[in-house]
Design a protein. Structure first.
Length: 160
């Protein structure tokens, strides 16, 4: 077994399960996992970033950075996960709803059309939907109350 667990990203739309083999785990405990990464596929707007998985809360907060290390935006994925002790691996399933927080404070909720499509097609069951909506609601409450910095403070201390 590896010194650190393996991380997988499981998407629903489009369906895929990707080993995040190049993500570097910087910190891990029973509540959070912090990673730094480069984009899997080249992007025009950003090249790398740092993410914090909030395991119990059901979301990941990522700092998307340009090549000059300036902040493009914060990208928050609503997700759930399973841990497989036999393989020492986490599988993070994207529950589709996302929140983007821009440097000027503008907040945008993304991909609710995909969320609705997954519900209609039976890909997300009612327990997935309620878990996702609870995590999304809690995250938005933190953002709108002005406490988003509590989620980003550990990420902000990491040099990329």
């Amino acid at each position: 077994m590896a010194d650190k667990p393996l991380l997988y990203r499981k998407r629903i739309i489009p369906p895929e399960n990707v080993l995040l083999k190049d993500d570097e785990i910087l910190y891990i405990d029973e509540r959070i996992i912090i990673t730094k990464w480069n984009t899997l596929h080249p992007k025009k707007d950003f090249s790398h970033g740092v993410s914090c998985y909030f395991l119990k809360e059901g979301y990941k907060v990522s700092k998307f950075l340009r090549t000059d290390d300036s902040l493009l935006y914060w990208y928050c994925d609503i997700l759930d996960y399973t841990y497989e002790s036999e393989t020492d691996s986490y599988v993070f399933r994207d529950l589709l709803a996302d929140v983007i927080v821009y440097p000027d404070g503008f907040v945008k909720v993304n991909d609710l059309d995909e969320f609705e499509e997954a519900i209609e097609n039976g890909v997300l069951v009612i327990s997935d939907v309620t878990r996702a909506l609870k995590s999304l609601s809690n995250l938005l409450e933190i953002i709108y109350s002005g406490d988003f910095g509590k989620l980003t403070k550990r990420i902000d201390t990491i040099n990329c």
